[in-house]
Design a protein around this ligand. Structure first.
Ligand SMILES: [Zn+2]
Length: 328
């Protein structure tokens, strides 16, 4: 399952340095790997399904397979660093992950295990771990929609809501890799209880899961697809409950974007993920509500734009995180 070099749109990495970066992206459905060149192009792209019903070592076997596949590339000796992006929660201070959708991994020491695997294949290189929201942020700042912005909020709106921050032109992961976790700031102080234990979190209002659940409760009848994509299709066709569900999600996101911009002067919010793929169905309400929340002179012009990197974001993000966080 190796594909030849694939170009990424707009490749030209200001942060790039010499040598190749081994990038590994771990999610609930797949483990992907690639060798990433200093300009962001990728070689030796490979992927394995994330094992289901396997124990912790069984899941890691898929990661080890991906590393072994990368090590077969003739370019492997040029690898000088490794970036690992993973579904969260992550604790980068300890190099561990406990992905919600990989039940066998709880406080799993993925960074140490991958470093050992790299060394076994002759590449004892520095390795960085990043959560998927932070990795996506690094990717969008390097080669995507946040490029050239010194202060940016990047968000992933899909089944959950994640994110990350660029501050003063630097990726800002925070001590445990969770800074910018916009999904779990409260935008409704007397709102619903969130899965995290908090109240009125952005995720409980704006995730794909929340959009679909709320639309159904308001009387939306799915024509087939009962997920947020189905709600988006219904909204595009003018269904009032579906439109209201996206308006509510957009309002929650607008409040969070305005709060972030007010707190740290981000001038752009980049939004990716499955729900963002509904385009103006989501971006329309966000922009409309932003006028109510982003009122001070220094936040009034905050832009809200779609992410650019799409399917490449995970691997590019893993590489970008390594380039950003490891010493040059
Ligand atoms: Zn929460």
């Amino acid at each position: 399952m190796t594909t030849p070099t694939s170009a990424v749109p707009g490749s030209r990495g200001p942060a790039a340095t010499a040598g190749l970066t081994a990038a590994i992206d771990i999610g609930g459905t797949k483990v992907a790997g690639a060798l990433v060149h200093p300009d962001g192009t990728m070689t030796a792209t490979t992927r394995r399904p994330t094992p289901r019903d396997a124990d912790a070592d069984g899941v890691f076997a898929a990661v080890a397979d991906v590393v072994a596949e990368l090590a077969r590339s003739p370019l492997w000796p040029s690898v000088v660093r490794c970036g690992v992006g993973s579904a969260g929660p992550v604790d980068t201070s300890r190099g561990t992950v406990s992905p919600v959708n990989i039940g066998a991994w709880r406080d799993f020491p993925v960074q140490e295990r991958i470093a050992a695997e790299l060394a076994r294949h002759g590449a004892a290189v520095p390795t960085v771990l990043a959560g998927d929201g932070v990795a996506m942020t690094a990717a969008e700042h390097w080669l995507g929609a946040a490029r050239g912005h010194a202060n940016a909020l990047c968000m992933v709106v899909s089944t959950g809501v994640g994110g990350g921050l660029i501050l003063n032109n630097q990726l800002h992961p925070g001590p445990t890799g969770n800074a910018g976790h916009i999904g779990h700031i409260s935008v409704a102080f007397d709102g619903e209880r969130c899965v995290c234990g908090g109240i009125g979190c952005v995720e409980s209002l704006a995730s794909g899961t929340a959009i679909a659940r709320w639309a159904l409760a308001q009387g939306w009848t799915p024509a087939g697809d009962p997920t947020a994509a189905g709600v988006a299709a219904a909204a595009a066709a003018g269904d009032p409950a579906a439109l209201a569900a996206f308006d509510r999600a957009g309002r929650a996101l607008a409040a969070a974007i305005a709060a972030t911009a007010t707190l740290v002067e981000t001038d752009i919010a980049v939004i990716g993920g499955g729900v963002a793929a509904s385009g103006d169905t989501l971006f329309g309400p966000i922009r409309a509500h932003l006028a109510s929340y982003a009122t001070l002179s220094f936040v009034r012009d905050v832009q809200v734009v779609p992410a650019l990197l799409g399917t490449h974001a995970g691997l590019i993000g893993a590489a970008a995180a390594a380039l950003s966080l490891l010493p040059g």
